[in-house]
Design a protein around this ligand. Structure first.
Ligand SMILES: Nc1nc2c(c(=O)[nH]1)N[C@H]1C(S)=C(S)[C@@H](COP(=O)(O)O)O[C@H]1N2
Ligand SMILES: [Mo]
Length: 328
């Protein structure tokens, strides 16, 4: 069981990161699947504690080198799982300056780094023989056990009436829907809210002003912005659909750049599903929410909803040729 436990923990760490990234990267049904898988993986860690504990005690007794880092890894894993379970309940919005989800992600990144170090200093190399029947049965039992725990936790969250019972399939909690003033203002990493007075946006090389935009057909749509920091807000947005702005899109992607330099590339064939919005809830956008214009990208996570749009350009660079998550 020792060898199985160590291999399983390494595999779980990889799976936890992969499912977490998919859950956070997508705003569609794939995020739902990944979020459930992510929960199962997290609880598998807990189920392995009884088998990992004796391994930990014996190496602590032998005073193996790097014990401090191993303890740090254990703390990071516990913090990751605890904040994940807490996020599900919706009872604690923030811990210090960070949202519960941000604590979860921060602890997970730490655990991943320490986990890689831990594995390299005590490697257990997987072998084809590890795929023996007994281990496959163990994986099945572990998964089933995690399923029972997950269902139990969900049932408890529902029964207590905690806000988590109403969370979205991405794990995000509702904030200020239908009330723009109560909707959080969030930046990805480093951007600051700029106070702009100009209303021009460069579209395919042409500088368009408020009058130009007013002449174009507008849509009012209800759309949900779902931020990876763990909240979502459904609002009424008003703006111009990108295919009406750009006409026939001849290129691979639509690059939307913010005044701040923040940039996202959308696949060219999505022009009829993206909006350049000027209004939120019947009023011009506030500075915080992207004045004069921002992207509304239904079904895409919040970090795609570029604020303070400076330019929209069709480009020959494919949309997949960009980091999946912005770096600044
Ligand atoms: N230019 C720019 N646009 C941005 C961001 C940013 O940091 N810079 N953050 C994104 C993220 S992570 C989210 S969740 C939404 C938040 O929109 P809001 O502040 O209107 O709620 O804006 C997105 N647009
Ligand atoms: Mo976000």
């Amino acid at each position: 069981m020792k060898r199985f436990t160590l291999l399983a923990l390494a595999g779980l760490l990889i799976l936890a990161l992969a499912t977490g990234l998919v859950a956070q990267g997508l705003g569609t049904v794939w995020s739902r699947a990944a979020t459930i898988a992510h929960g199962l993986v997290g609880l598998c860690f807990l189920l392995l504690v009884p088998w990992k504990s004796p391994i930990v005690s014996s190496s602590l007794r032998r005073r193996r080198k790097g014990a401090v880092w191993s303890i740090a890894l254990a703390v990071a894993v516990v913090a990751t799982i605890a904040s994940g379970l807490l996020q599900m309940t919706g009872t604690v919005r923030s811990i210090g300056p960070l949202t519960t989800m941000q604590v979860h992600i921060g602890a997970a990144v730490l655990a991943a780094g320490l986990g890689v170090w831990h594995y390299r200093s005590r490697p257990v190399r997987p072998r084809p023989a590890d795929l023996q029947r007994r281990n496959l049965v163990r994986v099945a039992v572990l998964t089933a056990g995690a399923g029972v725990l997950l269902a139990g936790w969900e049932t408890m969250v529902g029964a207590t009436g905690w806000p988590g019972g109403r969370r979205r399939f991405t794990g995000s909690h509702e904030r200020g829907s239908g009330n723009p003033a109560a909707m959080p203002v969030t930046q990805w990493f480093t951007d600051k809210v700029p106070r702009l007075d100009r209303t021009e946006v460069t579209v395919a090389g042409r500088v368009l002003g408020a009058d130009d935009f007013a002449r174009l057909p507008h849509d009012t749509l209800e759309a949900t912005l779902d931020c990876t920091s763990g909240w979502y807000s459904t609002q009424e947005w008003r703006g111009v659909r990108l295919d009406r702005l750009l006409g026939d899109v001849r290129g691979e992607s639509i690059a939307v750049r913010s005044v701040t330099g923040y940039i996202r590339r959308f696949p060219a064939d999505e022009a009829d599903r993206l909006w350049l919005a000027f209004e939120l809830g019947d009023a011009p956008l506030s500075a915080g929410h992207g004045f004069p214009a921002r992207i509304v990208a239904p079904g895409r996570r919040g970090f795609w909803w570029v604020k303070w749009v400076d330019s929209i350009e069709v480009s020959g660079v494919p949309a997949w040729l960009q980091v999946p998550f912005p770096l600044t």
